[in-house]
Design a protein around this ligand. Structure first.
Ligand code: IDP
Ligand code: MG
Length: 372
């Protein structure tokens, strides 16, 4: 049976996403360069991290090396790498479960790595994950490295899936760029680089333990929402980090969810709402049975008020928050992950362009909002 998900795919990078290999790459470069009489420190490795082999060798040896010397060094490095990692292959947390869940949900999967096939075979066979991939592409199958989208586009083509139906999982800045250059959705995981350098991704997470098939589906359907609209509106919306979240030190984690979706902070403050402000902010709920309790709750401790700006910000923020009742909302949303109950639901977001304008004006003066 052909399911809807067979027209959708998840494309995986390998080093830094599936396997924790940075240390072994560093040690194998070190060993290889030592044999050529060059001292290669951990500091030098930081500078070259994410570069292609030819760029690394050029940065260490200078421009003067022959093609034969280049190939010999790369071969030696990769042989050393496989020897060092062979008995130490370790998947990042959440990877094995996510591969199985995505497979179970009927998505196609491909591995798109810039390393040689021998490395890919060693890693995927050791972890027992080779069968999850309907296609595997090595660095030698493409003529252009990342940030060119060539590898990801070729993998999508081989799977028969169009780029807008692909989600790429990456850890490298050039890898995220490659996915976006190819018109694909991208989840970036901060295994190698900090969040701030990965904001081009549609979602940035600290671990793949936080990702599930619902998140992948949401990312793909967000794409549909924006293409259905004739143009993407730049919007501003008010977000409040509510008392229950502040008391549990969740402000940073919540802001990260929004920033990870590309929303920009253009206004932000810590304030303790008084009853008058609470009643104006929640005026539409006056007379409802939960109104008094809601006013008491929202004024019970300081909160963070934020103005976010971005394309379709209002809709995007509501989707990222999830439905009002944490028990009933979709997995992977802020309220599902952090909300306690229907009142203590961690976060507020404006529900329409009209209300966004009104609410922002309640909390911010004009000169407290900055151009992004
Ligand atoms: P929203 O925050 O998802 O827009 P609204 O219906 O506008 O939801 O309600 C405003 C806030 O009032 C909710 O976020 C929640 O904190 C609280 N609330 C809504 N419904 C109930 C309820 O039935 N019992 C208690 N509190 C509620
Ligand atoms: Mg509301």
């Amino acid at each position: 049976m052909v399911t809807a998900n067979q027209h959708r795919a998840v494309l995986w990078d390998m080093d830094g996403v599936i396997v924790d290999s940075a240390d072994y790459h560093m040690r194998s470069w070190q060993e290889t360069f030592r044999q050529t009489g060059i001292n290669f420190t951990a500091d030098s490795f930081k500078q070259i991290f994410g570069m292609r082999n030819d760029e690394i060798i050029r940065s260490v040896l200078g421009k003067d090396f022959t093609q034969e010397k280049f190939e010999a060094i790369v071969r030696a490095k990769e042989v050393t790498f496989r020897r060092l990692i062979k008995d130490n292959v370790k998947a990042f947390p959440g990877v094995l479960r996510l591969l199985a869940d995505i497979d179970e949900a009927g998505f196609l999967q491909a591995l798109v790595s810039s390393t040689p096939m021998e490395n890919i075979t060693l890693i995927t066979e050791t972890l027992g994950i080779k069968h999850y991939f309907q296609h595997i592409l090595s660095g030698y199958d493409v003529t252009e490295g990342k940030p060119s989208p060539q590898g990801y586009l070729l993998a999508a083509q081989r799977l028969g899936v169009s780029p807008e139906n692909c989600v790429v999982i990456e850890d490298a800045i050039v890898g995220v760029k490659a996915a976006k250059n190819g018109g694909m959705k991208c989840i970036a995981v901060t295994n190698t680089h900090p969040t701030a350098s990965l904001v081009e991704a549609d979602l940035v997470v600290s671990s793949l333990e936080l990702v599930n098939t619902k998140v992948v589906e949401q990312l793909l359907s967000l794409g549909k929402v924006s293409t259905e609209r004739s143009s993407n509106r730049m919007e501003r919306s008010l977000v409040l980090i509510k008392p229950d979240a502040m008391q549990r030190n969740l402000a940073g984690a919540i802001i990260q969810r929004f920033e990870g979706r590309g929303l920009k902070i253009v206004g932000m403050k810590l304030l303790h709402m008084d009853k008058a402000l609470a009643k104006r902010h929640y005026a539409v709920h006056e007379g409802k049975p939960f109104f008094d309790s809601l006013v008491d709750y929202i004024t019970s401790s300081p909160i963070v008020a934020i103005v976010f700006e971005g394309e379709n910000a209002i809709d995007l923020i509501r989707k990222t928050m999830g439905a009002t009742d944490p028990a009933k909302t979709e997995k992977g949303t802020i309220r599902a992950d952090f909300g306690l109950d229907i009142q203590n639901n961690a976060v507020h977001g404006s529900d329409s362009p009209e209300n966004a304008v009104k609410e922002i004006a309640l909390f911010f003066k004009k000169n407290e909002i900055f151009k992004s």
